[in-house]
Design a protein around this ligand. Sequence first.
Ligand SMILES: [Zn+2]
Length: 290
Amino acid sequence: MASMTVLLGILLGVLIPVDMLPVQNSTGVHEGKLRLKRKYSGEIYEEDEITDRDQMTAMDQILEVNSRLRAPRGLSFREGDIAYSYVRSAINCPGSACLWPKSIDGFVYVPYIVSPLYDDMDRITIETGMQEISSGTCIKFVPRTHEASFLDIQPRYGCWSFLGQTGGSQTLSLQTPGCMWSGIAAHEFMHALGFVHEQSRSDRDHYVTIVWKNIMPAQMHNFRKQETNNLNSPYDYSSVMHYGRYAFSEDGGPTIIPKPDPYIPIGQRDGPSALDLHKINVLYNCGVNE
Ligand SMILES: [Zn+2]
């Protein structure tokens, strides 16, 4: 009987707190709060790391890695991972000025070199990111032979890229192991192809609410709209170029809320979405030989 009481006590002790937990939806939001606050402030993970990692978007991970990033000399970053130099002050890519040239055979060849500092697994991850783009578009990433303009992929500090082709050698940083997800590689390659983040689109206010009061004041510039060519493509909540819901959150509250349905999932880390590939095909006139 005594053991029965003990057992009951244990059961109640276990059951009562569970019973008091909020329902699933609000739990998700609450966990998100804790999660993002911890991540961006660079503190140590706690026991919910594994489930949280499953929910992270490519951009969540990029911002986590880059949260301690200091720009190399002469460079600055906007939107968390788009590099620009003070010398080349243009931070957008007007018209087709920064596009990679199209070859007569209809493909767009993007030459690259990969740092010898990467190991085999890193190289596979990076090449997978390339294939995720090339398999659905006319973009072909090719090892550089003699080309004057090329991507120089290096494990510098952070995950970042310049926007579009800059001319000459252009660094694209994929830190190892922090940036070693093929979806992150694909995200940075899309910057190098000329794409900004999805929520920077000129028409984004029709699709998301930016919750300015929840954004760290010093990071508000990352939410500026850009003069973008939207390529007659629908707004894509599942773009690999979309910020996560809690990007740059000050107090853990959401900074981006989809509308009209606030529960639409935004961002992901699996690689380019079907619409991402479609937009690359439109931007580069894939299927149209010139
Ligand atoms: Zn980015």
